[in-house]
Ligand binder design. Structure first.
Ligand code: SDX
Length: 394
C-alpha cells in the first residue's frame, strides 16, 4: 500500500510501496524495467523507447514510438520567460542548483493549467517534463560557460538534440557523432529508473500530497544531488583524480577501511546491490567504447579506476562487506571524455532519471488507494516535563 512505512532497528525508515515499474534483485544483480532486463533494453532500443515502456508498461509498436517521439520533440522548447531565470544566477552557479530552481519554476508556468486528477492532463505534464528537461539542462551548461542558449532542433533524436544544445554554437552547424550519441543514449537508459531509491521516494512523498508534478521533480533533483546518491558520479571522478596514480591506490583503500575515517570509495557499494550493479558492467563497456571512439588510449583516470576495481574485488574487506562498483564508478570518466564538466554529471543523471520519477509519480497518483505519505518515528527524546519561567532558571 503506497506510503506504508516499516522500521528497522537502525531507525532507518524504508518506504515500502507496491509498484509494477522496476524490479531489482540485489543479491543476483538483476534489474528489470517492466520485466525487461536492463542489458537487453540498453542494447536493443533507444532512450525514448525506454521512456515509453516505463510510462505505459509495454514496448511501443513502430507507430506508437513514432508518435511518442513526435510529441516529445514538439515540446522541447521552454517559455521565453524561463530563459530570464538563468540571468539571476552567478555564472559559476552549480548547474544542479539551477536545475532545482528552473524545474521548480516550471510549476509556475503550468500549476494553474494542469489538473492532475485528469488522465489527459497528467499525460500533458509527463510529456512536457520529459521534453523540456534536456533543454533546461543544456541551458544550465551554456549559462555556466557564457555561451548563447541553443534552440532544440526537431529533426534530431532526443539525445543528439541534447548534445547539440550543449556543444553546438550558432556560428556553425553541429555535427553529431552517432557513436557518442548512441553511447549517451544508452547511459540515459541505464539511469532511467531504479525502484524506490532516495530521490524517487522523495518524488512519491511530495506527490502524495497532490503537489504539482514539476515541483515534485524539483524535490527529486534536490535529493539526487547528494554525494551518497546521484552526486556520487561527480564525487567518484574527484576521488579518481585525487588518487591520481595506481601507486596511490593502497593508501585510499586503507582510508576506506578505516572506521575512524569518513572517507568512502565513491562509486562503490549500494544499499540494495550486494552483488555487481548490472548497470556498472554496461557503464564500463560504454566507457571503453567512448574512449575508443575518441582515440583516447591512455586515460590515467581509467587506469586508476580499473586497478582500483581489481584490487577492491579481491580484497577481503570489500568482499565481506559486499562492496562492488555501482553505476557511478565509470560514468564520470565517460562523461568527462565526452566533454562534459564534472559539475554536469549529476545533471545528466537527473535528466535521465526524470522519466523514472514521473512514471513512479503517475503510478502513485493513479492508485485509487493512494494516501498522503506520513512517516512516523520512534521518539527518543525527553519524557513530558513542566515548563519553568526564565526568571526561575539558573
Ligand atoms: C546511487 O538507491 C539507489 O538505487 C541509488 C542508485 C539509483 O540508481 O538511484 O543506485 C544511485 O545512489 C548509487 C550509490 C552511489 N553512492 C556512492 O557510490 C557513494 C559511496 N557509497 C556509499 O556511500 C554507500 O555504499 C551507499 C550510500 C551507496 C550505501 O550506504 P550504506 O547503505 O550505508 O551501505 P551498506 O549498509 O551496504 O554498508 C555496509 C558497510 C558499512 O560498514 P559497516 O557499518 O557495516 O562497518 O560497508 C561500508 C559501510 O560503512 N561501506 C563502504 C562503502 N559503502 C559502504 N566502505 C567504503 N567505501 C564505500 N563506498
Amino acid at each position: 500500500q503506497t506510503g506504508m512505512f516499516t522500521y528497522d532497528p537502525g531507525f532507518t525508515s524504508t518506504a515500502s510501496c507496491e509498484s509494477k515499474i522496476t524490479y531489482i534483485d540485489g543479491d543476483e544483480g538483476v534489474l528489470l524495467y517492466r520485466g525487461y532486463p536492463i542489458e537487453q533494453l540498453a542494447e536493443g532500443g533507444d532512450f525514448m523507447e525506454t521512456c515509453y515502456l516505463l510510462l505505459n508498461g509495454e514496448l511501443p509498436t513502430p507507430a506508437q514510438k513514432a508518435e511518442f517521439d513526435y510529441r516529445i520533440s514538439r515540446h522541447t522548447m521552454v517559455h521565453e520567460q524561463m530563459a530570464r531565470f538563468y540571468q539571476g544566477f552567478r555564472r559559476d552557479a552549480h548547474p544542479m542548483a539551477v536545475m532545482v530552481a528552473c524545474i521548480g519554476a516550471l510549476s509556475a508556468f503550468y500549476h494553474d493549467s494542469i489538473d492532475i486528477t485528469d488522465p489527459v492532463q497528467r499525460q500533458v505534464a509527463t510529456v512536457r517534463i520529459i521534453a523540456k528537461i534536456p533543454t533546461i539542462a543544456a541551458m544550465a551548461y551554456k549559462y555556466n560557460i557564457g555561451q548563447p542558449f541553443m534552440f532544440p532542433k526537431n529533426d534530431l533524436d532526443y539525445t543528439s538534440n541534447f548534445l547539440r544544445m550543449c556543444f553546438g554554437v550558432p556560428c556553425e552547424e553541429y555535427k553529431v557523432n552517432p557513436v557518442l550519441s548512441r553511447a549517451l543514449d544508452r547511459i540515459f537508459i541505464l539511469h532511467a529508473d531504479h525502484e524506490q531509491n532516495a530521490s524517487t521516494s522523495t518524488v512519491r512523498l511530495a506527490g502524495s500530497s497532490g503537489a504539482n508534478p514539476f515541483a515534485c521533480i524539483a524535490a527529486g533533483i534536490a535529493c539526487l544531488w547528494g554525494p551518497a546518491h546521484g552526486g556520487a558520479n561527480e564525487a567518484a571522478l574527484k576521488m579518481l583524480t585525487e588518487i591520481g596514480h595506481v601507486d596511490n591506490i593502497p593508501k585510499f583503500i586503507a582510508k576506506a577501511k578505516d572506521k575512524n575515517d569518513p572517507f568512502r570509495l565513491m562509486g562503490f557499494g549500494h544499499r540494495v546491490y550486494k552483488n555487481y550493479d548490472p548497470r556498472a558492467k554496461l557503464m564500463a563497456k560504454t566507457c571503453h567504447e567512448v574512449l575508443g571512439e575518441l582515440g583516447i588510449k591512455d586515460d590515467p583516470l581509467l587506469d586508476v579506476a580499473v586497478e582500483l576495481e581489481r584490487i577492491a574485488l579481491h580484497d577481503d574487506y570489500f568482499i565481506e562487506k559486499k562492496l562492488y562498483p555501482n553505476i557511478d564508478f565509470y560514468s564520470g570518466i565517460t562523461l568527462k571524455a565526452m566533454g562534459f564538466p564534472v559539475s554536469m554529471f549529476t545533471v545528466l543523471f537527473a535528466l535521465a532519471r526524470t522519466v523514472g520519477w514521473i512514471a513512479q509519480w503517475k503510478e502513485m497518483i493513479e492508485d485509487p488507494h493512494q494516501k498522503i505519505g506520513r512517516p512516523r518515528q520512534l521518539y527518543t527524546g525527553e519524557p513530558c516535563r513542566q515548563y519553568v519561567k526564565i526568571s526561575s532558571r539558573g
